[in-house]
Design a protein around this ligand. Structure first.
Ligand code: NYM
Length: 208
């Protein structure tokens, strides 16, 4: 059996605090899987290229003001449907997903069930990798403080909400290790997930 054949792709999500290393690791994983000959794309939420994404970007840059519920719903509306891509055999590596939506909005005090509601029924990831970095350590990594939410006390609250959301299906990777070590673990997790999907693991939905 050619493991690169056209069964469905895997939905691999990376989550974590700001500056936890998600974006670089997504790039490395993409290159690795492409090198292996897989059909794979890297996506990122918020997707700032769309018109809704531009509103989100302006909000994060403190160039516009929106109330907490409105920005939550914009983040939600920004999450494109992935089903057709996955079914066509393409694996998606996604930098942030609904869990960011819930963790960041809940950290502002919004009701958790209300935060989940607009995304009930979205495709559930096959694997969620949480890059675990203490907020204090992430804050040392530079570039911090340029966007809304990038403050130590707020990130501490976000971390608490992530920890409330995670369940036994999440893979927690210690993001304080060397880049190479994190990379190795991500490759193994991704390969395992891709193979499981190719063997017929069904798609499921979020928050159900
Ligand atoms: N963010 C991201 C949310 O508050 N809700 C969401 O649904 C998503 C996807 O946007 N601080 C926040 C987390 C980040 C910020 O994301 C921008 P990034 O990955 O830094 O571009």
């Amino acid at each position: 059996n050619d493991i690169r054949g056209c069964s469905r792709g895997s939905l691999i999500v990376l989550e974590g605090l700001d500056r936890s290393g998600k974006t670089s690791q997504c790039g490395n994983l993409l290159a690795y899987l492409q090198g292996k000959g897989f059909s794979v794309e890297a996506w990122q939420f918020p997707d700032r290229s769309t018109s809704v994404g531009k509103m989100i970007s302006a909000y994060l840059a403190n160039e516009s003001q929106l109330d907490d519920r409105t920005i939550h719903l914009l983040f939600s509306a920004n999450r494109a449907l992935m089903e057709n891509k996955l079914k066509s055999g393409t694996t998606l590596i996604v930098d942030r997903y609904s869990y960011s939506g819930v963790a960041f909005s809940a950290a502002k005090g919004l009701n958790i069930e209300w935060c989940k509601a607009p995304e009930v029924g979205l495709i559930a990831p096959d694997v969620v990798v949480y890059l675990d970095v203490p907020p204090e350590k992430a804050a040392e990594r530079g570039g911090y403080g340029l966007e809304k939410y990038e403050q130590l006390d707020f990130q501490g609250k976000v971390a608490e909400h992530y920890h409330n959301l995670l369940d036994s299906s999440w893979e927690i990777v210690d993001g304080s290790q060397s880049i190479e070590s994190v990379e190795r673990q991500l490759k193994d997790l991704a390969m395992h997930s891709i193979l499981t999907c190719q063997r017929g693991k069904p798609l499921t939905n979020l928050w159900s």
